[in-house]
Design a binder for this molecule. Structure first.
Ligand SMILES: Cc1ncc(COP(=O)(O)O)c(C=O)c1O
Length: 464
């Protein structure tokens, strides 16, 4: 079996259906339908095996921040593979790519987040975080501080630890999650759950659930709170402005550790190097992955503050991955960071791309199906509704309408994702204003087609 980008689509689909188990997919249904096979990509565009060109509104899985096809990263990988394709960082050795990347991340990260523990993904990094915060408190002589508070509809990965920190009901329903010692509070999703409250009041109320949960558990039993600055996989849920300052106040008051999961929001997506800077919060640990290498290599990690890192250093930390700080991945990540920095990509997000997207995407709010059209940085979402005024849900099972819309979008050669009945995008940070216009035009066409479909099928009713 050789690798071929030019075999007929049907042949590739048959091999895929016969042998390839896809993540987060009903594989039986996909096998019957046939996966869309992506063969190459450049900038913000993907090409499939039939030669069709798609706008990648999701930057892969929120990761290809600098866009596809950057030769410099391929060169960095090839160079590193020739020089030192692999070595580990266990047992008293190190290597130049890992230590240089750690130093660079310490320079970029705010405050005293000066230390990096590498993993290969966001999920692994969050598993590291669970063990690290518990070990931290054990070393501080407070071993009872083990419970980690997270949020319903948060996403922190797919390993046992990551999936447990996450608050995805569909994931918890399979495989015995969550593991013990992880509890969840509600999300700051005003449009969906805010009822008659103002966004400000709702944001405060949801943040105060953290305080209530700490008091219920006893602060002496709580290790940490983990959250994404903006929930990504939960549907691009942008918290009300009142939310994060109140969380910071509570975290400070009870002396628990704050873990900001920056896997999506890191590396420029919100117009700063890290989403925490955009919200003015001061995490003790940040989870990173995705945009760290723009997805060109699998790499993630935890950026850790002085106090936690120095405490952990007092004893052997019995934890690590064969590929922690993999030299090729680290070399590629360094080149990616150089491009982000030297080309001023994050400054452009802040000054030009994000404001442009906010205006272009925000204009979709006038569509009859759209309850809210919101963005923060280069993350954006639409809430689909049968009735804007009451922020109603559809009578059809949650996600049915979102799925219909996503299918039209795919047909229009636009990769948008649906989360329930929300449509979401997170394009490469380098997307031009012309391409943002093209993206929004395809999104509008998708909404028109979905609306016509729902009318035809009598599906515009609200849930009782
Ligand atoms: C916020 C967040 N944390 C963690 C993860 C898990 O990262 P990975 O898929 O690299 O394991 C994701 C993935 O989407 C994520 O969005």
């Amino acid at each position: 079996m050789t690798l071929s980008n030019t075999a007929p689509t049907a042949e590739l689909q048959a091999l895929d259906a016969a042998h390839h188990m896809h993540p987060f997919t009903a594989n039986g249904a996909l096998g019957a339908k046939g996966a869309r096979i992506i063969t190459r990509a450049k900038g913000v565009r993907l090409t499939d095996s039939d030669g069709a060109e798609l706008i990648d509104g999701m930057a892969g899985l929120w990761c290809v921040n600098i866009g596809y096809g950057r030769e410099e990263l391929a060169e960095a990988a090839a160079r590193q593979m020739r020089e030192l394709p692999y070595y580990n960082t266990f047992f008293q050795t190190s290597h130049v790519p890992a230590l240089t990347l750690a130093a660079k991340l310490a320079e970029l990260a705010p405050g005293d987040l000066n230390h990096v523990f590498f993993a290969c993904s966001g999920s692994e990094a969050n598993d590291t975080n669970i063990r690290m915060v518990r070990q931290y408190w054990a070393l501080k002589g407070q071993p009872a501080r083990r419970t980690i508070i997270a949020r319903h509809n948060g996403y922190h990965g797919s390993t046992m630890g990551g999936g447990s920190l996450g608050g995805m009901a569909g994931m918890h329903a399979q495989g015995g999650l969550p593991i013990p010692g992880i509890v969840h509070i509600d999300q700051p999703y005003w449009w969906g759950e805010g009822g008659e409250m103002t966004p400000e009041a709702f944001g405060l109320a949801r943040a105060r659930q953290l305080e209530e949960k700490i008091l219920e558990l006893g602060a002496e039993n709580v290790a940490a709170f983990i959250a994404e600055p903006v929930q990504g996989a939960g549907g691009v849920i942008i918290p009300p402005d009142s939310y994060w300052p109140e969380i910071q106040r509570i975290v400070d008051k009870y002396g628990i550790l704050l873990i900001a999961d920056e896997v999506i929001t890191g590396f420029g997506r919100l117009g700063h190097w890290f989403g925490s800077q955009s919200y003015g919060i001061r995490p003790h640990i940040m989870t990173i992955a995705k945009g760290l290498s723009s997805g060109y290599q699998p790499i993630g990690g935890s950026i850790v503050c002085d106090e936690v890192a120095h405490t952990i250093a007092q004893d052997e930390f019995n934890h690590g991955y064969t590929y922690s700080g993999h030299p090729v991945a680290a070399a590629v990540a360094l080149e990616n960071l150089r491009i982000l920095e030297e080309e001023g990509i994050i400054a452009r997000v802040r000054a030009e791309a994000a404001p442009y997207l906010a205006q272009a995407w925000g204009a979709l709010a006038d569509h009859p199906l759209v309850g809210e059209a919101v963005s923060r940085g280069m993350m954006a979402s639409l809430a689909l509704t049968p009735d804007k005024a009451s922020r109603a849900r559809f009578a059809a099972e949650a996600g049915t309408v979102g799925y219909i819309a996503r299918e039209y979008s795919f047909g229009n050669n636009l990769v948008m994702r649906h989360v329930g009945d929300r449509l979401i995008i997170a394009p490469p940070l380098v997307i031009s204003t012309d391409d943002m216009d093209a993206l929004v035009a395809r999104a509008r066409k998708t909404l028109d087609q979905t609306h016509a479909h729902l009318q035809r099928e009598g599906m515009l009713q609200a849930a009782a």
